[in-house]
Design a protein around this ligand. Structure first.
Ligand code: DX5
Ligand code: ZN
Length: 223
């Protein structure tokens, strides 16, 4: 992802209407979204199941946005190649799924010529990212427990964002936050140090998707 630290809205298709998905993606883009957040769940790492690479391949042609693939799966290696081939620009894996295999997975993702992200769930200490600061393009801090859209933002996430921002200050790393972000709290999240902001319910859950994205971008960047 170019222009590290530049604010980017990343609507999550988890809250979209899949019968008109392509159209809704275009509406989000027209509202100023730069990143499309793609939540992949396997029913094992999280108690929910979403979709596979076939769907992503189908929607790749809908937009030139940066396609950001968030793998909430027990065995990331089973999925990396398929999503890469489907045309995503980034693959984010969870530390909780990989443990001491994390570095290897990040290097593998980068070796494909796409960006690599590392995500931590709310109960994982932020310090675990320390060894990977030069191996990631993005750190994804979960501000809800992964698995479902529409949850409430965990307030302690703000402190975690600030700590990751401090830890990565000398590295070229985007900080993404995912879960429970709305017009009311997006500015606080950005002020804490995050620059890529995922929003599912607050974009695709709204009647007017373009307007919802515009409002979030405005609220996030208002001085
Ligand atoms: C949750 C997903 C999120 C989710 C966010 O496990 O990773 O991306 O779609 O949804 P909202 O914005 O509704 O909290
Ligand atoms: Zn996500």
């Amino acid at each position: 992802m170019e222009n590290k630290r530049e604010f980017k809205l990343a609507p999550s298709i988890l809250s979209a209407d899949f019968s008109v998905l392509g159209q809704q993606i275009k509406e989000a883009e027209a509202g100023g979204a730069k990143v499309l957040h793609i939540d992949v769940m396997d029913g094992r790492f999280v108690p929910n199941f979403t979709f596979g690479a076939l769907l992503v391949k189908t929607i790749r042609k809908c937009s030139d946005m940066f396609y950001d693939c968030h793998l909430m799966v027990e065995k990331p290696y089973d999925f990396i190649d398929a999503f890469y081939k489907a045309g995503v620009d980034n693959i984010t894996v969870h530390y909780e799924a990989l443990g001491d295999k994390t570095g290897e997975a990040l290097s593998y993702i980068r070796s494909l010529g796409i960006k690599a992200g590392l995500s931590i769930s709310p109960d994982t200490p932020v310090e675990v990212i320390e060894p990977y600061k030069d191996k990631v393009d993005m750190v994804l801090i979960m501000s809800v427990y992964p698995g479902f859209g529409g949850q409430k933002f965990i307030p302690e996430s703000l402190e975690r964002i600030a700590r990751v921002r401090e830890m990565t200050k000398n590295f070229d790393v985007d900080i993404e936050v995912d879960g429970g972000v709305y017009e009311e709290n997006i500015k606080t999240v950005v002020d804490s140090g995050a620059n890529v902001i995922v929003a599912g319910s607050a974009v695709f859950g709204k009647e007017n998707i373009k307007e919802a994205a515009e409002k979030l971008c405005k609220a996030a960047t208002n001085e």
